[in-house]
Design a protein around this ligand. Structure first.
Ligand code: PLP
Length: 387
């Protein structure tokens, strides 16, 4: 095993410099506890950005993935594959969706959603109704089109010209209405992640859903970060009592393997036809086996535990010196503070705790099966660092 300095040197030499990294490398772990190559243990309040939903080394998930590896690792989409259809069935039964398209990432899931919305509108109304309305402060991915659909100017440097056909709005109905004149879809994150862990108001989301229904504009919920049980419901939109037309999932869906899913609800499930869309790795059986293991364990009972953990962590955090506000929903937690969030994250790391940031907010996205001891250990570090 290489030591940390060797790994860091190789990273600096051979990898594109796209990431600002914290000075640690991990080689293993157990649940929400990670082992660094430095021999230290870290409590993980980030889950690889909401990916390792059941933490690290989860026996059930590993057995599912290894079992599939022993059978076949990839099947072309020219043929059928059981784990793929079983995961799609599970997702439809859990959400009420009618069909699923699988890709490899959140961005790819969103691309599929946007293409579907444009075709839906074109088939029904013809050309000229192709805009996607996106909210300011949103994040939808790094491909050129999902970057365009990301409503944050700082991501838009350098990469002109953008694809066009995206209009931005503030999270209020008047602003959306103005932007939606030629829209085929509005895309929202019920809880904005990268934008600063902000839950949209129930009043806005309900009014938006009614407006979209009335105008036959598709409501796309980007649940890449806030879905998969994160908010205490399987999908975050369930907290709002709305039914979207298209939902995208990724990050935690396969528990740590690359996957993305675009879920089509009634009315959009037959828009894409043979030849319209595809993805070589989409529906990969190993990733889908991981997904089946994860999705089948997000039961109502498990979601109650997530809600309990959320209440526990939020109550503690609100009492800490230096905390101005605690936002988000479920185990998607934003801690608003006066100190620079990056500094807090660095100090937490020095003390053996991993936290994320989103702009000036400290962001927590722990594995959903985090234990009370792990929560307490991490919270005591945060308490020390925030005061
Ligand atoms: C992370 C994220 C994406 C992009 O997912 P990738 O897998 O990195 O392409 C899209 N939308 C939201 C809300 C995200 O948090």
């Amino acid at each position: 095993m290489d030591d940390f300095e060797t790994i860091k040197q190789l990273d600096e030499t051979y990898l594109a410099h796209t990431y600002g990294r914290y000075p640690v490398a991990f080689e293993g772990g157990e649940g929400a506890t990670l082992y660094g190559v430095d021999g230290r243990e870290y409590v993980d309040f980030g889950a690889g950005i909401a990916v390792n939903l059941f933490g690290v080394n989860d026996p059930e998930w590993k057995a599912a993935v290894k079992g599939q590896l022993d059978k076949i690792q990839h099947v072309s989409n020219y043929y059928y594959s059981e784990p793929t259809v079983r995961l799609a069935e599970l997702l439809c039964k859990k959400t009420g969706a009618k069909r699923v398209f699988f890709g490899n990432s959140g961005a790819e899931a969103n691309e599929c959603a946007f293409k579907t919305a444009r075709k839906y509108s074109f088939m029904k109304y013809g050309a000229g109704r192709s805009d996607i309305v996106s909210l300011n402060g949103s994040f939808h991915g790094r491909t050129l089109f999902t970057l365009t659909a990301t409503g944050q100017d700082e991501f838009h440097k350098y990469f002109d010209p953008f694809a066009g056909g995206v209009k931005y709005a503030d999270p209020n109905l008047a602003s959306v209405k103005k932007a939606a004149e030629k829209a085929c879809a509005v895309v929202i994150e019920c809880v904005q992640g990268e934008g600063g862990v902000k839950a949209l108001s129930a009043e806005f989301v309900r009014a938006l859903a009614a407006f979209c229904r009335e105008r036959d504009i598709l409501l796309i919920c980007d649940e890449v970060q806030c879905g998969m049980g994160r908010t205490g419901k399987f999908c975050a939109y369930e907290n709002y009592g709305v039914v979207p037309d298209i939902v995208t999932l990724a990050k935690g869906l396969a528990g740590g393997l690359p996957i993305g899913a675009c879920l089509f609800f009634a009315g959009t499930e037959n828009v894409l036809q043979p030849g319209d869309h595809g993805s070589t790795f989409g529906g990969n059986p190993v990733a889908c086996a991981g997904g089946i293991s994860v999705v089948s364990r997000i039961t109502d009972e498990f979601l109650l535990e997530v809600q309990g953990k959320s209440a526990y962590m939020r109550a503690k955090l609100k009492g800490f010196d230096g905390v101005e506000e605690v936002t988000g929903m479920g185990l998607m937690i934003g801690i608003h503070i006066k100190k620079p969030a990056k500094e807090v994250a660095k100090k937490c790391l020095e003390r053996g705790l991993l936290v994320l940031t989103a702009h000036d907010v400290v962001r927590l996205l722990p594995p959903l099966n985090i234990t009370k001891n792990e929560m307490d250990d991490g919270l005591s570090v945060l308490k020390e660092v925030l005061k």
